[in-house]
Ligand binder design. Structure first.
Ligand SMILES: [Fe+2]
Length: 203
């Protein structure tokens, strides 16, 4: 398997990050946002636009979806409740193949920041695109009970998995699940009570 994950600093609403995944000629865009020229410039000369994936329907992540189709004509996939017109609804746990060497993205529904939040796990443990569910050193504000359960789900994944967040809020643009377990004061909470109290700091 040989999927390349590129993080794109697209600026946008608030240090937004888009992602370009490539495996062979297949290309996948995640959360097309911000400066579309940054996305256009990152594309290889020859590519097959396979999917546009949305981590959730908040405008700062999804508002450029129609525009990006002008140079990346791919079907848009997201949570059935993401509210984006024309989206193909995903199912929790489904896998999306990329390229011809067995690369794939697994769909994980992670409600909390929003009810339509989705994380995309690449090749078991290569990386996870967390949208606004988990940031480096922070989490996305939202419903504490649902978010805590979703973070517990992420904690069960291999620690070496690289975290690719939807905003560049930390000291580094990426991290690992293991590192976040150690140093992220929200992700490291072990009880829902502790998490709920700490989340109030973010309000
Ligand atoms: Fe959001």
């Amino acid at each position: 398997m040989a999927c390349i994950i590129r993080q794109l600093q697209v600026a946008g609403f608030d240090h937004n990050l888009s992602y370009l995944l490539t495996a062979g000629e297949d290309a996948v865009l995640v959360d097309p946002a911000g400066e579309l020229d940054v996305i256009r410039d990152a594309l290889p000369e020859k590519f097959n636009p396979k999917y546009i994936l949305l981590t959730h329907g908040h405008p700062d992540h999804a508002e450029k979806t129609e525009q990006v189709k002008g140079f990346f004509p791919a079907p848009v996939l997201g949570h059935p409740n993401c509210g984006v017109r024309g989206v193909f609804p995903l199912i929790d746990g489904q896998t999306l193949p990329i390229g011809e060497l067995g690369d794939f993205v697994e769909v994980l529904f992670t409600p909390g920041h929003s009810r339509d939040s989705v994380c995309y796990l690449v090749n078991h443990d290569q990386g996870i695109l967390t949208g606004d569910t988990l940031f480096v050193s922070y989490v996305g504000y939202g419903r504490a009970d649902a978010l805590f359960d979703s973070l517990c789900r992420l904690k069960k994944l291999p620690g070496r998995t690289i975290v690719y967040p939807g905003h560049d809020y930390g000291a580094t643009p990426t991290s690992t699940l293991e590192e976040e377990k150690k140093s992220n004061p929200y992700f490291s909470c072990t009880t829902e009570e502790e998490f709920t109290l700490r989340l109030k700091d973010l309000d």
